[in-house]
Design a protein around this ligand. Structure first.
Ligand code: GLU
Length: 392
């Protein structure tokens, strides 16, 4: 079958591919512990489920406005005001089928062929592919663990050309888990202020999953003058354990949001009405549950940090947030016969330890693996035991 050139140029999502592989092996009877996808293991809180059931029973089962139900958009506006000190109007918000679709819509709506998008590396696996699906080119800004995998204003300015049209920022970061401080964002903002045509896409999906009382800042908190060129992307999947409900949203200037709406009107029409009611309940009244989940992630983070760093050849700094351990595994790769890179190592763990992790190369950082700790303590303990066993 002849398929499009676009498909030939697009990689399947590595996080999703690894989770599928784990699921398939499990269905064949293998006892796989999957530490691949970043998907909270907690149940969606009860009051959110109830809101969805009430929504069905009250007949909210038809198309909604393309950009989302007005009462949900009002809750999103309230959330931005109360949690982020950001002010938006209804025509500056769009609700989509997950944060991923918001990012996709944004790229489709603003990028042209050969435009360049700056992506700090390591990055979430889908950013470059979504950029390429818009015919634009990802330009990676390489970082390393010495700067906690973060970029500075200087690093960005060195990569800006007359083709640069967007920069993707993600804090806390997937996969590294580090957050940008106020000063670091100011430093980046100072550079981007000089380029009003560069869109700042701020993916804040992990904003609530932060440890040790560190604080989350959006670049607009420190550089409000960037409002016109900044699009904030977020969703309910990670914070409220609602991955399957597929609700994300974007906020930004009404021209960009209007263009995203046009794209959405020709793709999904709108997102699920019932899930939108559930998302409203999450945003209006879900913070206490989030705090409980974050406490648990933090305890797992402490556990993994100690246990994994005890293994000879594993090395990583404790992340500030998110639910990922991004581990330098160079030392282990060198020790195992037949294992030459992080892909081989992930395969080795899958086949020999029945543990699924994602190779770092998929995130733009070779010789690393990403371990998701959005799974039970019991699973993490067993996974560590299994990994230790195949490394002796
Ligand atoms: N964002 C999550 C991850 O990085 C979920 C899977 C995906 O869409 O990539 O694992």
């Amino acid at each position: 079958m002849k398929l499009s050139q676009r498909i030939a140029n697009t990689k399947t999502s590595a996080t999703i591919a690894m989770s599928m592989k784990a699921r398939e092996l499990r269905s064949q009877g293998k006892d796989i512990i999957s530490l691949s996808a970043g998907e909270p293991d907690f149940e969606t809180p009860e009051h959110i489920k109830e809101a969805a059931i009430n929504s069905i029973n009250s007949g909210n089962t038809k198309y909604t406005p393309v950009d989302g139900m007005v009462d949900l958009k009002e809750s999103i506006i309230k959330k931005f005001k109360n949690e982020n000190r950001l002010e938006y109007k209804l025509n500056q918000i769009i609700v989509s089928t997950g944060c991923k679709q918001s990012i996709y819509n944004l790229c489709q709506a603003t990028l042209n062929k050969s435009d360049e998008v700056l992506i700090p590396a390591p990055y979430w696996v889908s950013y470059p592919e979504i950029v390429k699906l818009s015919d634009a080119n990802p330009v990676f800004v390489e970082t390393n663990s010495e700067t906690d995998f973060k970029v500075s204003g200087k690093m960005i300015s060195e990569r800006i050309t007359d083709k640069t049209r967007m920069i993707l920022l993600n804090s806390p970061s997937n996969p590294s888990g580090f957050i940008y401080t106020e000063d670091e964002l100011k430093d980046i903002g100072k550079v981007l202020k000089n380029y009003p045509d560069i869109i700042i896409a701020s993916d804040d999906i992990y904003e609530h999953i932060i440890f040790n009382e560190k604080k989350f800042y959006n670049i607009l908190n420190v550089c409000p003058e960037l409002f016109n060129q900044t699009v904030v992307l977020n969703g309910v999947s990670k914070a409220y354990a609602m991955t399957g409900w597929r609700i994300g949203y974007a906020a930004g200037n009404s021209d960009i949001i209007g263009a995203m709406k046009k794209i959405q009107s020709q793709s999904t029409s709108c997102t699920c009405s019932i899930a939108q009611s559930a998302a409203k309940a999450a945003l209006d009244n879900g913070k206490l549950k989030v705090d409980d989940m974050v406490k648990e992630y933090q305890a797992r983070n402490e556990f993994l940090h100690k246990e994994l760093n005890d293994i000879d050849g594993f090395n990583y700094k404790k992340p500030d947030g998110s639910f990922y351990a991004f581990v330098d595994v160079n030392g282990v790769i060198k020790k195992i016969k037949g294992v030459n890179d992080d892909f081989d190592l992930a395969e080795y763990f899958l086949l020999n330890a029945d543990v699924a992790v994602v190779p770092g190369t998929a995130f733009g950082a070779k010789n690393h693996i990403r371990i998701s700790f959005a799974t039970s303590f019991e699973n993490l303990k067993q996974a560590v035991e299994r990994i230790k066993k195949v490394l002796v």
